[in-house]
Design a binder for this molecule. Structure first.
Ligand code: GTP
Ligand code: MG
Length: 318
């Protein structure tokens, strides 16, 4: 992990980056030197239309300027101390997640339709606005909606039950509709700038994968789809780390009873997502309002299950 304490350095200050390249970088979502420092040479080379050797030099110079390299354990510790957690509204689900949805991490919720992925997203978009003592981060939410399923009326209903000022609560959620996978990539590139400007502490992408599934159909397109998803997730992780924000993504799985062999509940995006998301939670329906969440993947938490419910007020304990 890098020491992310940033010095006040502008893109133009980096040797080899003039005003012209700096503009181009900003345009592509590289808003600060840290984003250059953690970029890959090939990524930077293709964006700036320069050679990889030059790109590597720029990255190394940036790292020197930011004094990134090996980081002493106390600095890593310091960075981890900054991790914030957002309550889901259910203590049981928070416990499963190790205290809530974390900053500096990607949390992926996957499950069939109606399993509660979007409802958890709505709840988090409000809960992040709470003060820390109530399980929030005093921050705002950026909600990238790829399925046109964002429902302000439902969010309003949840906000009222929490005693939040409904107008203010909705104003603090910045919703962007993504029309296809390229647009989704573009919006995430743009997110970097917005995060600082609007005090964003949570980025939600609901769903991360639906456009990719629609835009890359057929066997031959599997590899390019995974490549794009992989890159997108890298960018998301970079955002999470450098801006200390929480990333919550959803991923629908097909529970097709016609599939007799193999796992019918494989998430779309398969293993690429599996390796990138820090926390992966599998959601499934139980009776009535009840839902079951299972921790499938985490760097530091035991596997386990919990039950929560989706009530008119929002996500709650059973
Ligand atoms: P897909 O996006 O279709 O993959 O599903 P999802 O996992 O996002 O499901 P979602 O979060 O939309 O959950 C849908 C379920 O939440 C419904 O089946 C309802 O049980 C519950 N729900 C949705 N809206 C409301 C509401 O306004 N009030 C209450 N009480 N429950 C709701
Ligand atoms: Mg949904």
């Amino acid at each position: 992990m890098h020491d992310l304490k940033e010095k006040k350095i502008e893109l133009e200050d980096i040797p080899g980056v003039g005003p012209k390249l700096a503009d181009k970088l900003r345009e592509m979502g590289f808003s600060d030197p840290m984003s250059i420092a953690v970029a890959s040479p090939s990524e930077l080379a293709s964006i700036l239309e320069i050679g990889e050797v030059t790109a590597t030099k720029i990255i190394n110079k940036t790292r020197d300027m930011l004094e990134i390299g090996f980081t002493s354990a106390d600095k890593v510790w310091e960075q981890r101390q900054k991790i914030g957690k957002i309550t889901t509204g259910s203590k049981a689900l928070d416990d499963l997640l190790g205290g809530g949805v974390e900053t500096q991490a990607i949390t992926e919720a996957y499950g069939a339709f109606g399993s509660g992925k979007t409802q958890i997203g709505f709840q988090l978009s409000l809960n992040v606005q709470l003060p820390p003592e109530k399980g929030g981060l005093n921050g705002n939410c950026l909600f990238i909606d790829t399925e046109a399923t964002f429902r302000p009326d439902r969010v309003l209903q949840m906000a009222k039950s929490m005693g939040l000022d409904p107008d203010k609560a909705l104003k603090n959620i910045y919703v962007a509709r993504a029309y296809d996978s390229d647009h989704e990539i573009f919006l995430i590139d743009k997110a970097g700038e917005m995060i600082k400007e609007k005090n964003i502490r949570l980025v939600i992408i609901d769903s991360l994968t639906s456009h990719f599934r629609a835009d890359y159909v057929g066997r031959g397109e599997l590899a390019p789809r995974q490549q794009k998803l992989n890159k997108l997730l890298h960018n998301l992780q970079r955002l999470a780390d450098s801006q200390n924000v929480a990333i919550f993504v959803t991923n629908q799985v097909l529970t097709n009873p016609a599939i007799l062999f193999g796992d019918p509940t494989m998430p779309i995006g398969g293993h690429v997502l599996a390796h990138q998301s820090t926390y992966r939670v599998y959601l499934r329906k139980s009776s009535g309002e009840k839902r079951i969440a299972r921790m499938m993947d985490s760097p530091n938490l035991p596997p386990g299950e919990c039950v929560f419910k989706i009530t008119p007020d929002g996500i709650r304990d059973v």
